[in-house]
Design a protein around this ligand. Structure first.
Ligand SMILES: [Zn+2]
Length: 263
């Protein structure tokens, strides 16, 4: 080592902070500049109170929710270009879940079905598999890359990079790749529709999955190659564009009764 190098001033990590540039976590090339929401913002529509604040519900703190302006956002996560890319899928999903009647959605059909076992679900036919599936993946991936402790239970490990590539290339994968079971909960309590739950990991019929709850809708994400129960797979959006969301009363399923009992 030369003397010149030894004479260099010592630089501590804090000295770098002023010039540090965060790189977009999706494209890994552009500078991350946006103040991104972690969960799709449209999901908060029903969850905003009159002051446009949101109730963030954490386990065991249900009656003392944090109040946070503008939902859950994180700075320097994405570049503007990637933010725009993801928002297109979100707008598409928003239109579908809210039953848009705009002309471009005229090909969609909505049906409520009660099967022989009494299971009730909403069926949308004609959905764009890629757009809707990529929308589902954005929430899962953003929660995983978020540095917020609110999302600390959502850690995808090696799957984080795999999902990043899927989002970057617009590849929705197969039906069972990060398949998502959606359950719309039927309940009279308005507070229930005003809540967001901290995502966590639970088991459905012994199979682990990530559980999100956003304003009346549960999302259960299953990793590829974990053998999700067949009844669960039935609700994964498929390539023909069939999208099903189970409708259930709060007391119906053990997989969320622990949460709902707090209301
Ligand atoms: Zn980017």
């Amino acid at each position: 080592m030369s003397d010149t190098m030894l004479q260099l001033p010592r630089i501590t990590p804090s000295d770098y902070r002023g010039n540090e540039v965060d790189t977009c976590k999706l494209c890994l090339t552009e500078e991350a500049t946006t103040n991104s929401h972690i969960l799709s913002e449209f999901n908060y529509k029903g969850a905003y109170d009159s002051l446009h604040r949101i109730l963030l519900v954490e386990p065991k703190k249900i009656y003392h929710p944090k109040i946070m302006q503008k939902g859950l956002r994180e700075k320097n996560l994405l570049c503007l270009s990637c933010e725009t890319k993801l928002s297109k899928w979100e707008r598409y999903a928003d239109a579908i879940l809210n039953g848009s009647t705009r002309p471009e959605f005229a090909n969609l059909s909505y049906q409520r079905i009660v099967d022989l076992k009494g299971m009730e679900y909403g069926l949308v036919r004609g959905a764009d598999y890629a757009k809707f599936k990529l929308y589902l993946l954005t929430n899962l991936w953003r929660a995983s890359v978020s540095t917020s402790s609110y999302f600390r239970f959502v850690r995808l490990g090696k799957h984080e990079e795999l999902v990043r590539r899927m989002l970057l290339s617009g590849n929705p994968g197969d039906k069972d790749d990060y398949g998502c079971l959606m359950i719309a909960v039927v309940d009279k309590s308005q507070m229930f529709y005003d809540a967001i739950r901290q995502p966590d990991v639970i088991k459905v019929d012994g199979v682990p999955c990530f559980r999100f709850f956003i304003a009346g809708l549960f999302y259960f994400y299953f990793l590829p190659k974990t053998k999700a129960p067949e009844w669960v797979k039935f609700f994964f959006i498929d390539r023909t564009g069939n999208l099903r969301a189970l409708r259930a009363k709060r007391e119906y399923f053990k997989i969320f009764s622990d949460f709902l009992s707090n209301f």
